[in-house]
Design a protein around this ligand. Structure first.
Ligand code: CA
Length: 223
């Protein structure tokens, strides 16, 4: 899952990027509304954390413009504690949720997890596929109850496929949703990561759909 953080306060921006990266997301970050709008307009984010008070273009305008252009990604806005009218304006502009500053990072992470699972049609924070369970709260993966140790990139790949279970996901889509913008994508091909991940999982879990991409599906003989 790839996220965009639009926050002009350098300390808060850094804290957000650290917490979100630690939680297993690919994170792009910008510090003003104009660049934020551009990034959200041109890159396919799974969710956006958007401050409302921003230089160059305010958060409400950024959000309104995205929604006018039919950008549907979930957006969580950061509002000032005592400004209830900001929350109303933000939700009406197309925000999916908000947290008021100052906030606990755990709350923001939980709200983001909820937005991501709703946008991909999941009810629970624990995703399942056959014997595999992925807990989005702890980033823990088990197979028949046994812990599977994954690198952060392997976890990102599996989490994306599990959120989109049963659907064919192309390599291009994976590249766009697993890596930060400035990541050297050429040196780490998706095929390599899929190969490494397959070695740690039941062999038939990630299917290759020739010419299209990959599909995570439960074994067909399980009825
Ligand atoms: Ca601000």
């Amino acid at each position: 899952m790839r996220l965009l953080v639009v926050e002009d306060d350098p300390d808060l921006n850094r804290q957000l990027v650290t917490a979100l990266s630690d939680a297993g997301y690919a994170v792009d970050t910008v510090f003003d509304g104009e660049e934020g709008h551009f990034m959200g307009d041109t890159e396919p984010y799974d969710a956006v954390v958007l401050d409302l008070g921003l230089p160059k273009m305010d958060g409400i305008s950024v959000l309104e413009q995205w929604r006018r252009d039919d950008k549907k990604m979930p957006v969580l806005i950061l509002t000032a504690r005592d400004r209830w009218s900001d929350k109303v304006a933000g939700m009406d502009a197309g925000a999916d949720d908000y947290v008021a500053k100052p906030f606990h990072m755990e709350e923001l992470l939980a709200r983001l997890r909820a937005l991501l699972r709703r946008s991909t049609g999941h009810a629970s924070s624990e995703l399942e596929c056959g014997p595999i369970r992925l807990d989005t709260r702890s980033s823990r993966v088990t197979c028949d109850g046994a812990h599977i140790k994954l690198t952060s990139h392997e976890y990102r790949l599996l989490a994306y496929l599990m959120h989109h279970k049963g659907r064919v996901v192309s390599r291009t889509e994976l590249v766009e949703h697993l890596y930060e913008q400035d990541f050297d994508r050429d040196s780490n091909t998706i095929e390599v990561f899929v190969g490494r991940l397959r070695k740690k999982l039941p062999s038939d879990l990630i299917k290759t759909v020739r010419g299209l991409g990959y599909c995570l599906a439960e074994a067909e003989n399980e009825t």
